[in-house]
Design a protein around this ligand. Structure first.
Ligand code: GLA
Length: 753
């Protein structure tokens, strides 16, 4: 990794192990133009790629046609309003209401390490940075200025040792005399020459999150976004621009991920000149930020990953970056950065709102016998909450349900040898709650309009410190009242009716972002006071599954759809950018509560094993044969979880693509072990064996092939890595209805000998 500035050529060059990035200062007005991002290159001077010499409209030589230059140049941070008609990063409005800005270079810094972004989650340097002689990260700051208004924009670029990613953010400062308004302040622009790219995104819905969508990029602007106040079920803050022929293992791909949990935009625009502008940042819709003289604003971090070796390498780079430099950012010494997560049992699908102390203790007793390590009490333990119609905000234990109080329950669960975890939905307020009756103005609402209900609840105005203070003090009281080691933090609706009773008229446009800052602030307080807490974020399943949340919680509940077959494509899509270690996945009851499908208990275990692993069922009532499988599944979890948590992930086949089977693989970093999971989704008659091709093994090492069922002809054999990867493994999934049938699976372990 290295960052340099070529003084004579006025070019910045950032190198990681396998990639290079370059941009340069051009012309008398010191425009910052993009030159290159892609596979590592040896030469530094690639100024010709800024296109300045071939452009007859460069203002230095032909100011008459300045507009043609502005509308075509590959800007590193494009501004709107003065001639570039493509969508840009910055829209600036002055106190007089005029919109426009032009940014020119005024200075730069290159240094070891990586600064934090105040109040906003961001990747951090991590362990390597503690050794000052061996900096784990390097940063470039380029300061640009709009001479007319005095606005400065500092562009940050950081790289980490051993990771092929470039991490970017922007800090604005009003150094002028008058107030300024940021109407759009994105975090990233990348200009590419179009080469018939495809756009890959993760679309979805409640219970159907993060489905991979791939489409050719035509002319014009193509955007994914959220305006729901959270990153959303519908679109994840991730996109990738891939060559038309890029596969999992070959071809070019640029991945972009936004470290933010609120409204976002990610877009590509194919221009008249066939260039492609990629943008990512806070959604400008409904956004505005007032900068008084001397004030600053930080645009959150956006990550770029380039791979010339297909989608899989991009995914593994994101996984490494998130695991090493993002997860547990809010509590750096949190044990769960490294330690296995306890196998939990959650009572939501077991009881919904119908539970009491005795019921929970009964579950805990049975769970303890099977080796389960933690009981999580979900929604319904507070206020008068007997359905989802009331009591959000009243974070006081309902002693009618929990007789003798919370401590008595937690102590009893602990006495069974289980840890205890609890559910909160802190950002919400029910109209039927004491909190709302006391403070109706605490809900986000437009004065004079009745705010829209979703799940019969409103959203608290977390832009107001006094509200965050009160909610946090209620949560803290609960958490200090008993030995609680895990929190599930839920958020069951999006934001609308954007009005805050505390913001001035010209600051109402700040509410969406201030709300997200409030969420970050309260989660930071929680982890500061309880540094070893295991926090799991959740939003009606996976509606806020984003890198911003991963800074606080090492795991996020993937989806309310716990059906093992539905989970295959949800988990496949999730793993395209997020590591398996963060995917909340449970074995649940059948017929499945969301889709009604019946799948074997064993298969439900295999699928949950690809995530954090746990149970979501009434263990006292499930069939005896299923219950008897739990100790074996937990043994399996302990055997493989270190591999799943820390290893390299490879997608082998996709049921979404082939309609028949799904398989994935995790390989230990030292390539000593690998685990393949194969799920046969659809039985097919008169079919030959299925060939799957493992990846990522040491080609020169020998591996023993072990399988938990007699379906491999090479079971127990020792073969060399290159043989296994090139010839593949033949799975006999064509016979024996009792062994196969639909929805059955196998685990294959490859162990170096
Ligand atoms: C959301 C979560 C569920 C459960 C319920 C409780 O839907 O995703 O797991 O906690 O809320 O109301």
């Amino acid at each position: 990794m290295s960052i340099k500035f070529l003084e004579k050529e006025k070019l910045f060059k950032i190198d990681t192990a396998k990639t290079s990035y370059a941009c340069g200062i051009v012309g008398d007005e010191k425009f910052l133009l993009h030159a290159y991002y892609g596979k590592k290159i040896s030469d530094d001077d690639v100024r010709y790629l800024t296109r300045i010499y071939e452009n007859p409209f460069t203002p230095d030589t032909n100011d008459r046609d300045r507009g043609s230059f502005l509308d075509a140049a590959p800007f590193e941070y494009p501004t709107e309003g003065i001639g570039d008609a493509r969508s840009g990063c910055l829209e600036l409005e002055t106190a007089l209401g005029h919109r426009g800005a032009q940014l020119g270079y005024v200075g730069h810094k290159i240094y070891a390490g990586k600064p934090e972004i105040p109040g906003i989650p961001a990747t951090y340097e991590g362990m390597a940075g503690q050794d000052k002689n061996n900096a784990g990260a390097q940063t470039l700051e380029i300061t640009l200025e709009d001479k007319v208004t005095g606005l400065t924009a500092v562009l940050f670029y950081s790289v980490f040792d051993g990771i092929d990613a470039v991490v970017r953010s922007v800090r604005f400062e009003n150094r002028g005399k008058e107030p300024l308004y940021l109407r759009k302040a994105l975090s990233l622009c990348l200009e590419l020459d179009n080469e018939d790219y495809d756009l890959i995104t993760l679309q979805g819905s409640w219970a159907r999150e993060r489905q991979i969508d791939r489409n050719p990029i035509g002319y014009g602007r193509h955007e994914i976004s959220s305006i729901r106040g959270e990153s959303s079920h519908q679109m994840n803050p991730f996109m990738a621009v891939a060559g038309r022929n890029t596969t999992r293992t070959t071809g070019e791909i640029y991945g972009f991920s936004f470290v933010y949990s609120g409204n976002f935009t990610a877009s590509v625009e194919r221009s008249q000149h066939n260039s492609l502008r990629c943008l990512m940042g806070i959604n400008p819709v409904g956004f505005s930020w007032k900068l008084d003289k001397g004030e600053t604003f930080n645009a959150p971090e956006a990550i770029m990953v380039y791979s010339s070796e297909g989608i899989g390498t991009m995914s593994r780079t994101f996984h490494d970056l998130f695991r090493e430099h993002l997860i547990c950012g809010a509590s750096r010494d949190n044990i769960y950065k490294e330690a296995p997560r306890p196998v939990l049992i959650n009572n939501w699908e077991a009881t919904y709102f119908e539970f009491d102390t005795d019921k929970l203790i009964a579950i805990a007793k049975e769970a303890a016998k099977s080796g389960i390590e933690m009981l999580v009490m979900d929604d319904g333990w507070f206020g008068e909450r007997s359905s989802d119609n009331m009591s959000l905000g009243d974070w006081f234990v309902n002693e009618d349900k929990l007789k003798g109080g919370l401590k008595r329950l937690v102590d009893a669960v602990n006495a069974e040898g289980l840890k205890f975890g609890i559910w909160f939905e802190p950002e919400m307020i029910s109209p039927d709650s004491d909190l709302y009756r006391e403070h109706p103005d605490w809900a986000i609402a437009i004065p004079g309009r009745r705010p829209t209900l979703m799940r019969n609840q409103y959203v608290l105005d977390f832009s107001r410190k006094e509200i965050v203070d009160e909610i946090y003090s209620r949560i803290k009281n609960v958490l200090t009242s008993a030995n609680i080691e895990y929190v599930k933090w839920d958020m069951n609706r999006g934001l609308c009716d954007m009005g805050s009773y505390a913001l001035e008229a010209d600051k109402q446009g700040e509410l969406f972002h201030r709300y997200v800052l409030g969420v970050y602030d309260i989660q930071q307080r929680l982890l500061t006071d309880f540094p070893n807490l295991l926090l799991e974020n959740c939003s009606g399943g996976g509606g806020r599954f984003d890198p911003g949340m991963l800074y606080y919680s090492p795991q996020i509940w993937c989806s309310d759809d716990t059906d093992a077959i539905e989970r295959l494509s949800i988990q496949e899509g999730t793993a395209i950018v997020y590591p398996l270690s963060c995917m909340g996945a449970h074995v649940s009851d059948c017929p499945n509560h969301t889709v009604g499908r019946v799948t074997p208990f064993e298969t439900r275990g295999y699928v949950a094993l690809a995530g954090t692993f746990g149970y979501e069922l009434d263990i006292t009532r499930i069939p005896k044969e299923d219950r008897e499988m739990i100790p074996g599944q937990i043994e399996m979890y302990h055997k493989y979880n270190a591999l799943v948590r820390n290893g390299d992930y490879y997608r082998l086949t996709s049921y979404k693509e082939n309609g028949a089977n799904d398989s994935w693989m995790v390989v230990a970093k030292d390539k000593s072990r690998a685990l393949i999971t194969y799920i046969k989704v659809m039985a097919q008659p008169n079919k030959r064996s299925t060939l799957i091709k493992p990846m990522g093994l040491d080609p020169n090492a020998s591996y023993r092939i072990l399988c938990d069922k007699k379906v491999l002809s090479m079971e127990g054999d020792v073969l060399q890595g290159d043989t296994i990867m090139n010839c593949g493994l033949l799975i006999k999934d064509n016979n024996s209805p009792d062994m196969w049938g639909d929805f059955r699976g196998v685990l294959i372990e490859l162990a170096k000998v």
